[in-house]
Unconditional design. Sequence first.
Length: 637
Amino acid sequence: MCRTVCMDGPIESQERRLHVHILDTHLPVAILPGRFSHRMSCFIILILSFFCLLCINATGWAIATERLNVEIIGITGDVLQNVEISLSISTASKEQEAGLLEGFSFDDKEGKPALSEPTIKRLHRLAPEEIRQAMQPFGYYEPKLDAQLEKINGVWQAIYRIAPGPPTILERVEIRVKGKGGEEPPVTEVLTSTKIVSGEKLDHRAYQQTKNQLSDVLYNAGYIDARFTQSEIRVYPPRQKADIYLTVDSGPQFQFGPITVEQDILNQDFVDKFATFKQGDRFDTSKLIDYQLALTDSNYFGEVEILAERENAIGTEIPVIVKTKATKPRRYTAGLGFGTDTGPRVTAGAELRRINHRGHKVRFDLLASSIEQSFSSQYLIPIKNVATDNLAFTASTSRVQEGDIDTDQFKLGAGINENWLGFRRRLSLTLEQENFDIGDGTQTSTLVIPGILLSRTYADDPLFPRSGYSVNLDIHGGVESPLTETTFLHTSISARSVLPLTERSRLLLRGELGAIQATTFSDLPPSQRFFAGGDQSVRGYGFQELSPKNSDRDAIGGQYLTVASIEADYLIYKNFGMATFFDVGNAGDDMLTSLKKGLGMGLRYRSPVGMIRFDLALPLDDDADSFRLHISIGTDL
């Protein structure tokens, strides 16, 4: 009987210390005749040492590097992969192919020996035992091996024919969880779903997976003292049978103890709302991580350290100590940018991160570009889930070019921003006054607009996603009244998606649909109408160029919007790449408005602030039929 016994200690990580003792080493020193000075003796020793190094290196150069080819026959899949990784002679062959074995030289930093004939024969002698060891985790304990090594046409051929033989079958499996932890639903789920079952093939990976899962679910359920008391795999090679005995003692369940936050900038009852747990709740390290992230993301604290030490537990309650360092109360920002839609632009901002002990914030933003000049302010009050939800009061004034119309806008609003059913939701009420000129002199529009905005974004990488999506739904409107010019309903939905094609290429999809129903559409200001064309719309056409025109050929906006885009990009060298794309869309007075098409190619550069895009697009439905350059910076979602 071959018996493998694995006894494990506590589930939690244990600190290991390595003690290194440095001993004085006394080397024999040759006594030179008296007529040689001490300096001359050192010089001669150096010369001799250098000559020895040259000889050793020359010996390395003299060793001829042999060519080697390794072939493994009879096994496939994960078993073959594990054998290839474990087989020293296979690894040496692959390194030789990669040019990693060069013999000794002063420039050889790796210090790897040349692949000489003695080395190849030595590695070949190790192969049978390495193969057997590599196959055991998959239940093959008695494979039949035929190992051959011969030199053919100047190349060493190492061939290993492997007959795995019958797999080892589990005969007896005993998995037990002692203590109250065995009653936890996650523990029961692990026990019912485990792949180590009597009658199945022995697989060490499934065994280790079950152990890890039991460790994780017990720890997450608050049983942080859980310990394996028995962990054995007993293998009987002649019978191709094995037994598994796995016993874990869960120990007591621990709870959160008193929570102490060391800070003096906010009311304690406000800071306590960031925690999703309280004293007496089951101890869960994932909640501590969420707590730390929530405090950090709030921008009230620059550093957050959470201590929960088992040795300080009071009974089964573990006290939690939160150490913080406050951020600066004010933050100022400034930026420069450029886009073919906006031209050069300048931004500036100021944020008052905490104007009182209840965590209220104020933010001011200034933007100036060729098509927009604006100043806006926000007053934010944390509510409900203070880490994500807030009540926002806004005020802004701006001069904006919408299509070919210059408009002055003044807005006052209030909104609730919160998480809702997996979406980010904003419920808002806005008072908007707009002065604009469409051919017949200046018009003034006043609207009271209730609305809802839903958004959701997922990305495997926020700056450079290879897989992800974003969805936005905006519904708002108004009812004719002394404060609202006309009854209308404005609906728009947009979506973006990034899909991986190969290791260095992606497919980007984009689409947007919009519709406006209004009693009198002409009474709606330009900010409530649809326009298409530009960097983020239909490339090949000017910014907001695609829309119905008035008698002066000015773009005045439409009731409906349709935009779609497909793009493929490929990184050619490091962060540099190329893209090809096709866009289609228009804004018009009906859904069947003729769609304009554009196609082109572009350059891409992955910068620290997002993808920089240089696109050259050809409009397919423009009489001028001329290329247009589009430059934009930002994330793909």
